[in-house]
Design a protein around this ligand. Structure first.
Ligand SMILES: [Zn+2]
Length: 246
């Protein structure tokens, strides 16, 4: 895990928030997590056909809204890491908005196993459902845009890579996955104390090549009636180029 402070300065954060506010009629309230999302995340758009197979049409046919903020983000990632492009067919990164006086549902424990489920073949013609081997690296980006209390909770002992755990098996405690709060129903649960990373406005939190049980900081849902807004998205590296998507 890596934290880059002041990745966006205050003006860039304020500008991002003004863009997000200008698209308020496009905010989507995610029923499961109780957060708002702006943009086309697969998590929100995933669908299944009548045989229970994944149906990506709803996701792939969605038009992205234009955000200058995303262009700024891409340029900065390019400068900081390596040549960076948006995917041509997978939607761009987006934004997550959490009401800090709302339910604790946004702080659900999870792994980002969704990363392995993307239809990467629309972007990379020789991709054959081999996520752990196909890409040189993957990144999970969370850029804090608001001046709110912001934490990232995680259990270090769950750190693994997708290679060891496919198919989506969970190390250490299965019952902790999708758990809201800290009362695990598994009486022999070995996860006791989570760690937290605090990050302030403009800070970019990066998970690189790691699969770890984590959540939005539970303390961030503090009853204060503010909006905690992040830019969020993924990046995969192929032939030394980073491709951004969500
Ligand atoms: Zn547990």
């Amino acid at each position: 895990m890596q934290l880059i402070e002041n990745f966006f300065n205050k003006d860039e954060c304020d500008f991002a928030i003004s863009e997000i506010m200008s698209y308020k009629n496009h905010w989507y309230n995610c029923a499961e997590t109780d957060m708002f999302v702006v943009g086309n995340s697969l998590l929100r758009k995933q669908d299944f056909d009548k045989n229970g197979n994944k149906d990506y049409s709803n996701y792939l046919n969605s038009k992205d809204l234009y955000f200058k903020t995303l262009e700024i983000f891409k340029e900065k990632i390019s400068k900081e890491f390596l040549e960076t492009k948006f995917c041509s067919f997978l939607p761009k990164p987006g934004f997550q908005i959490i009401n800090t006086s709302g339910s604790k549902n946004p702080a659900v424990w999870h792994y980002d196993d969704i990363l392995t489920f993307y239809p990467y073949d629309v972007e990379f013609s020789d991709y054959k459902n081999n996520f752990p081997n196909y890409f040189e690296s993957f990144y999970i980006f969370n850029l804090m845009l608001t001046d709110t209390q912001s934490n990232f909770d995680y259990f270090p002992e769950t750190n693994s890579n997708f290679l060891n755990v496919l198919p989506a098996e969970t190390p250490i405690c299965k019952e902790h996955v999708n758990l809201v709060g800290d009362n695990c129903p598994n009486s022999s649960c070995k996860l006791k104390e989570f760690k937290s990373i605090s990050y302030s406005r403009g800070s970019l939190l990066i998970q690189k090549d790691e699969r770890i049980l984590h959540r939005v900081g539970i303390r961030d849902i503090n009853g204060k009636d503010e909006m905690r807004i992040t830019l969020t998205g993924y990046g995969v590296v192929k032939n030394n180029v980073m491709y951004l998507y969500w």
